[in-house]
Design a protein around this ligand. Structure first.
Ligand SMILES: Cc1cc2nc3c(=O)[nH]c(=O)nc-3n(C[C@H](O)[C@H](O)[C@H](O)COP(=O)(O)OP(=O)(O)OC[C@H]3O[C@@H](n4cnc5c(N)ncnc54)[C@H](O)[C@@H]3O)c2cc1C
Length: 596
């Protein structure tokens, strides 16, 4: 194997860049147990029966309907997934909660309302609430008696959330926090009962508060007129000396950023999973339509340029899904390791794998955008008409690149977190980069070449990791602690990191399936080969861009020569692979690797 020797100490977030994982170490959809599969079917039925028939009314904002449907989800036990059993929840494992997010992805407005309640609206309380706060609110949240949401953004403070202007001062009698300020873009804000609101104590110390609907001085603005997710509620909130009981301060004064960012880690992961569900839906719809629609005497699915779209959608969803389930398995493993404080462990696991969560958020939202866009294209003029669901899916998809941290912010976060861990010595990236530099100086390496099926992809993965170390190592050496100011280079590095995680996750899943003689193993190998081939081209280009921004003269020439050597990969007939995948999609009008 071309990368640093695996070590158990590298069993942590971001370590995939320097360590190698075996197929047996990754969780895949084929590993789902019967309960998890049953949960998936239950949600599919719930959505098909209770939500989909109401989409036209929901899109027109029928008063009270979305809240009613979220409550209905509570009746069938879907709202308590992330809540401990002692507070009335179901305490589902991470893999199960991924299934919930993914299956809900078929109607984005419902996903947002559901996620605002069960995700960002509930997580702050679960992870940071006192026992009294949890006892008071969580059972009602789990049953749907109370609906929850999360109010961080302000008109002038979105990405830069800590620039919030909302403030809280203690009332003269010391009994209440008096909140003043405005929040903006609050999902489900129009109908929620409990709001996690962030404000600065005395205008300085960023803190979180639990605010109930009906609090005097707290008013809810009109629904925003949005491009997409029109069925969801998005409103501004206004606070004018609104008294919030002192005991409703969440966590500690001045530690609101810990609450806010840990909540977003969880939200990002769920968002990526729901994007996978949405993308699968577009693929199914596109496949069906491409068989029904004829042009030039043929079904349009027979045209190579339509097939390539279907094949590419399947490939990208496969890579995304492989990352999602792998990460869910890893987080679940870390969260359920021996220990007594399960809630704390779950939060620490999410924090540990925050890099992977950001990757999944970015790749998920961009995969869904790609599929929605190509879906519209396959539908032609009809795709541009609101009578066809792809038009709505296309509009709905766009928000995913903006909320839960824009994709720009998440790209920055991926590299910032990696560097922080490298500098702290918890992730030995620096020694790996040094080792690579020595290796490159000492000429061609005589490492044992990978063998067997997918050997070329295995080799490419190892090389991609070296390319990252080459580019990142040079960037850090030149800019040191000023690297963050060179955002274009950071963006290129983040793109390389995401492709490495996607390639490795796809490859391990295909290998695991082959070892288990899985029915779809050969097709998965094809998806992996096509994805890896294109990923290597992207990785090379991003590294070239980064290196040219870092070095010049002889140094750059030497680095580019090394890059060329590392990025060399054997030609693959990706046209044939995409056609085969498209045929597999067309044979059942669906994504071919579901649950496999
Ligand atoms: C439909 C909808 C629902 C939402 N739901 C919620 C919710 O429930 N709760 C909540 O608190 N918020 C919510 N939001 C707010 C959302 O999280 C913010 O819109 C998002 O964080 C971006 O902030 P902004 O809109 O202020 O954009 P800005 O922060 O102004 O960003 C504008 C552009 O500048 C870029 N940019 C900003 N800073 C940097 C930087 N440092 N480096 C490089 N590029 C940068 C961004 O990536 C973006 O492209 C929602 C928003 C929408 C539209």
């Amino acid at each position: 194997m071309a990368t640093t020797t695996v070590s158990q100490t590298l069993n942590r977030g971001g370590a995939f860049l320097i360590a190698s994982t075996g197929p047996e170490d990754v969780f895949t959809p084929a590993d789902l147990n019967d309960d998890q599969r049953l949960l998936g079917r239950t949600i599919e039925e719930f959505i098909a029966k209770e939500v989909v028939p109401h989409i036209p009314e929901l899109e027109k904002h029928k008063e009270g309907l979305m809240a009613e449907l979220v409550r209905k989800a509570g009746e069938v036990g879907l709202l308590g997934a992330g809540i401990p059993e002692e507070y009335g929840g179901a305490a589902l494992d991470k893999v199960s909660s991924v299934i919930v997010s993914e299956k809900l992805g078929v109607y984005a407005s419902f996903t947002v309302a559901f996620g605002a309640h069960t995700g960002i609206g509930t997580i702050p309380l679960v992870y940071f609430g006192t026992d009294a706060q949890k006892k008071k609110y969580l059972p009602k949240i789990a049953s749907g008696e109370m609906l929850a949401c999360y109010a961080l953004s302000e008109p002038q403070a979105g990405s830069d959330a800590l620039a919030a202007r909302a403030r809280a001062v203690l009332s003269p009698d010391g009994k209440n926090w008096l909140l003043t300020g405005q929040k903006m873009w609050i999902s489900s804000g129009g109908f929620s009962d409990l709001y996690t609101v962030f404000a600065k104590v005395d205008g300085e110390k960023f803190s979180a508060f639990l605010v109930e609907r009906g609090t005097p001085g707290f008013t809810i603005g009109a629904e925003e007129n949005k491009m997409g997710i029109r069925g969801s509620s998005t409103v501004p909130l206004f606070f004018e000396n609104a008294p919030v009981p002192k005991e409703n301060l969440l966590y500690e004064i001045g530690r609101g950023h810990i609450v806010a960012f840990n909540t977003l880690n969880a939200g990002r992961f769920s968002l990526g999973a729901s994007c996978a569900g949405g993308a699968k839906q577009v693929l199914g719809l596109s496949s069906k339509y491409s068989k029904e629609r004829t042009a030039f005497g043929k079904s349009i699915c027979e045209f190579g340029l339509v097939k390539t779209k279907l094949g590419e959608m399947a490939i990208r969803i496969y890579a995304l899904e492989s990352m999602i389930y792998r990460t869910a398995g890893t987080i679940e493993g870390a969260a359920s390791a021996s220990g007594t404080d399960k809630v704390k462990q779950a939060m620490q696991a999410l924090e540990e794998y925050a890099i992977e969560s950001s990757i999944i958020k970015v790749v998920g939202s961009e995969t869904l955008d790609y599929c929605a866009d190509e879906g519209v294209q396959i539908f032609g003029g009809y795709g541009f008409h609101e009578d066809y669901p792809v038009a709505r899916i296309y509009r709905d998809s766009r928000i995913n690149r903006i909320f839960e941290g824009t994709n720009e912010i998440n790209r920055l976060v991926i590299i910032q977190m990696l560097l922080k861990r490298a500098m702290a010595g918890t992730l030995p990236l620096i020694s790996a980069a040094k080792k690579l530099a020595e290796e490159l100086l000492s000429g061609p390496s005589f490492e044992e070449a990978p063998s067997g099926a997918l050997a070329e992809e295995e080799r490419a993965l190892g090389q991609a990791k070296k390319i990252f170390l080459l580019a990142a190592g040079s960037a850090v050496e030149k800019f040191r602690d000023k690297l963050a100011e060179n955002q274009e280079i950071v963006g290129s590095l983040a793109n390389i990191v995401m492709d490495i995680y996607a390639v490795e996750s796809s490859l391990r899943r295909a290998q695991k399936s082959a070892a288990a003689k899985g029915q779809a193993a050969e097709l998965m190998a094809g998806a992996t080969r096509a994805f890896t081939y294109d990923a290597m081209d992207r990785v090379e280009k991003e590294a070239r861009t980064a290196l040219a921004g870092v070095s010049d003269g002889d140094t750059l020439t030497t680095q580019l020569a090394a890059l060329k050597r590392l990025a060399k990969h054997a030609p693959v007939d990706t046209i044939a692979l995409r056609r085969r995948l498209a045929d597999a999609v067309l044979s059942q009008d669906r994504y071919p690797f579901d649950g496999r």
